[in-house]
Ligand binder design. Structure first.
Ligand code: NAD
Length: 373
């Protein structure tokens, strides 16, 4: 029996090695695609190509008796690697006439990421960080674009402190809140103004599939090339007014981060044994705990700034707190019928999204389970 098993295992090893050789061949081809895209300024992520390729492979897999989800999982993972490696090829310079680009706060996390992407795209980038203001006037004197990437609570002050910029210089900020910085930029500079919010952390590896929100300020024709350049990096652009942006971010960031903070605070105050909690948890709880824990691996100042950036955020969190209290009162009364009734109400409100989220989270949970050691 042992000999039989070993023979089969040897064959599996051989098959895995053949898969490795095929993967190496695929990555080589992807590298060549990267070269072509880089030369022609084509986006590294093309949703239609990805969707049609996956649909074909799913159909072929099914015909071959392989679960369609298996090939999709494998290919998505392989494509993630490909997107990250396409950065190495550099990107086409969409605006070769662009004068130097100055990143204020350029030595920070987001500033460095934009420095890297812009340099990979052939632009000349200069950094202006907190102890370098005596050089500010000379650094910006011939700048074609100035990008402000300083901590949120300093953004308006730094914008006001900028020396006069050339009239045609594009002034951009990357702040996670948009209304106040955009107003400050419009007041400080008469030339083109653009508000950007990269909806990802600096550790994302590739910009492929990441969302960048943009808020028009002034003279949009002057910065279309930059929006296209960001698309070439693989990101999806989404336009919003500063008000719309900030209202949505109150939910996506302020409320979410505060609720996560409060949950982490509660775990620490209860002094739970995290090791034991993890040992006993299902993949979904592990994933939820990871989402809470990862907040505390990041910058407290950034989260404090995001949450406290607007009185609207605090008002929203207070409404959440009130609803939490009302739901708790139902529990205290032992009012199961009321709980079931409000559950059904929320279910109706989520509608088809509930089913979509069920499917989407299922594949995340499977991946979380696969990664379990
Ligand atoms: P960071 O703290 O890593 O970097 C900020 C940089 O600004 C530092 O190099 C700091 O020295 C510099 N700085 C501080 N005061 C300055 C001054 N007076 N003049 C010039 N430079 C100054 O912060 P970060 O995470 O890179 O965030 C920068 C911006 O990017 C923020 O507006 C933030 O909202 C936005 N953003 C960050 C993330 C993220 O996940 N980190 C995501 C989206 C948007």
């Amino acid at each position: 029996m042992v000999a039989e098993l070993n023979a089969l295992r040897d064959k599996i090893d051989e098959t895995d090695k053949a898969l490795l050789a095929l993967l190496a061949q695929r990555m080589q081809l992807v590298a060549e695609v990267g070269e072509v895209k880089s030369q022609h300024g084509l986006p590294i992520y093309v949703p239609e190509r990805e969707a049609s390729m996956l649909a074909s492979r799913r159909a072929e897999a099914e015909a071959a008796g392989i679960p369609a989800d298996l090939i999709e999982d494998v290919l998505r993972r392989v494509m993630r690697e490909s997107y990250a490696s396409e950065n190495d090829k550099g990107f086409k310079t969409l605006n070769p006439a662009m004068r130097p680009i100055v990143i204020v706060g350029g030595k920070g996390k987001m500033g460095r990421l934009f420095e890297r992407m812009l340099t990979l795209s052939g632009y000349q980038v200069r950094l202006l960080d907190k102890d370098e203001w005596e050089q500010a006037a000379s650094l910006v004197s011939d700048a074609g674009m100035v990008i402000v990437s300083v901590p949120i609570h300093l953004t308006e002050q730094v914008i006001q402190q900028l020396p006069p910029l050339p009239d045609d210089c594009i002034l951009v900020d990357l702040c996670s809140v948009k209304k106040a910085p955009l107003q400050a930029m419009m007041a400080a500079h008469n030339g083109p103004v653009l508000g950007l919010h990269p909806m990802f952390g600096p550790d994302s590896g590739s910009l492929a599939k990441q969302v960048v929100v943009w808020c028009d300020g002034r003279s949009p024709e002057a910065y279309q090339w930059f929006l296209q350049q960001i698309e070439v990096w693989g990101a999806r652009l989404h336009s919003a007014t500063a008000d719309e942006h900030d209202q949505n971010m109150a939910f996506i960031q302020a409320l979410r981060h505060f609720a996560t903070f409060a949950y982490g605070l509660h775990l620490s105050e209860e002094n739970v044994d995290l090791k034991q909690l993890l040992a006993l948890s299902s993949p979904i709880y592990r994933l939820e705990l990871a989402m809470v824990g990862r907040l505390f691996a990041q910058d407290a100042q950034l989260y404090a700034d995001i949450i406290m950036s607007s009185p609207n955020n605090i008002a929203l969190i207070k409404r959440y707190y009130t609803r939490f209290g009302e739901a708790l009162a139902q529990l205290e009364r032992g009012d199961k019928a009321a709980f079931i009734k409000s559950f059904a109400g929320v279910q109706t409100w989520f509608g088809d999204y509930a089913k979509t989220f069920m499917t989407e989270s299922r594949s995340l949970l499977r991946a979380a389970n696969d990664n379990r050691k």
